[in-house]
Design a protein around this ligand. Structure first.
Ligand code: MLT
Length: 331
């Protein structure tokens, strides 16, 4: 708990140290506070990156961004709320890989993931980390995998609802190991991490942004980074290939959205503010410390975001088909 709380001030302190170039709201938008919907519970990776964005973009735009956590159903409740908001630029949504994943996993969402949002810009991307409670007596990934196979559905794995990154990661892990574990749903991996630290669940695959501080603080055990390379900030944790599961690869990303129909002025101003944020050395340092990185410059425009998203819709549809997961009814 302490670590979850402690990461946010560290990230925010990085932004406070930054002297922003001139504010982008010399005239027009925005002339009042903006609501930023984070579609997961407080304390998790979406909330951590969302609050970092709110702080930096608020100062760049010259208006406060007020974070509203609307967690539940793998991010679809928050996305639905944003999709129904006025397209005036005063309600924005931060969402991740779960936006296209949810489109492939739910049969009847009350919004169309492909058309409801205006992409404003991609922010950051990075891997996840496979973790267990500290008291589990498995000393490396191979032992953990053997333990999970032996336990089957007696082993518990936390996740932030169908469509979340932790769902994607846990699904892939089970498919790779050929095992069915007991999936324990949360409104976000913030509360799931609290339960992992307390030993209430056995395993959690979480984004590096919130996994790294816990690993460094010694509150959980780490077994594999879901990428081909290790992360500098947790050098001792093997890559998925080194852990013996090379196909266990999950790369997540975050982006910013407005309800469809928002003006070009809003799109351009928010995109310019994102560009400033992800080029700022203090932000880059904080990103690196928590195992994430900005998108390259040629992927930062709203058009590049839209193109990337189209590819992600297709990728997740194919991925879930390949592992035999069929769309379920939305709640
Ligand atoms: C969160 O903030 O809770 C996460 O982004 C959830 C997830 O996608 O696993």
């Amino acid at each position: 708990m302490l670590k979850l709380r402690s990461m946010l001030p560290v990230l925010l302190a990085a932004t406070a140290a930054v002297s922003l170039p001139g504010s982008l709201n010399a005239q027009g938008y925005p002339d009042k506070p903006i609501t930023l919907i984070v579609p997961f519970a407080a304390g998790g990776p979406s909330d951590t990156v969302g609050r970092l964005m709110a702080d930096y973009l608020g100062r760049a735009l010259g208006q406060q961004l007020v974070v509203e956590n609307v967690g539940g159903a793998g991010g679809t409740l928050g996305a639905e709320r944003a999709s129904k908001a006025a397209a005036d630029g005063y309600t924005l949504l931060t969402h991740h890989s779960g936006l296209p994943a949810g489109a492939a996993l739910y049969a009847n969402l009350r919004y169309d993931s492909k058309t409801a949002f205006e992409p404003l810009g991609l922010v950051n991307t990075g891997p996840m980390v496979l973790l267990s409670k500290k008291t589990l007596e498995t000393k490396d990934a191979r032992e953990l995998f053997a333990w999970l196979k032996a336990q089957g559905d007696k082993a518990t794995v936390g996740f932030a609802g169908v469509g979340s990154n932790s769902y994607i990661c846990a699904t892939l892990l089970q498919q790779q190991l050929g095992v069915k574990l007991a999936m324990v749903p949360y409104r976000g991996t913030g509360p799931a991490m609290i339960d992992l630290v307390a030993g209430q669940i056995d395993v959690l695959c979480d984004q590096a942004t919130t996994a790294v501080p816990q690993i460094q603080g010694g509150t959980v055990k780490a077994y594999a980074v879901t990428s081909a390379e290790r992360l500098d900030s947790i050098k001792d944790v093997p890559s998925s290939k080194e852990a013996g599961l090379p196909e266990f690869s999950v790369t997540i990303w975050n982006g910013l959205y407005a309800p469809k129909g928002v003006s070009k002025e809003v799109v351009d101003k928010v995109n310019a503010a994102i560009g400033k944020m992800v080029s700022d050395p203090a932000i880059l340092e904080r990103f690196a410390a928590t195992g994430t990185r900005p998108f390259p410059e040629d992927m930062r425009s709203p058009a590049a975001h839209a193109k990337f998203l189209t590819g992600e819709f297709a990728r997740f549809e194919a991925m879930f088909k390949a592992v035999g997961v069929t769309p379920q009814e939305a709640k």
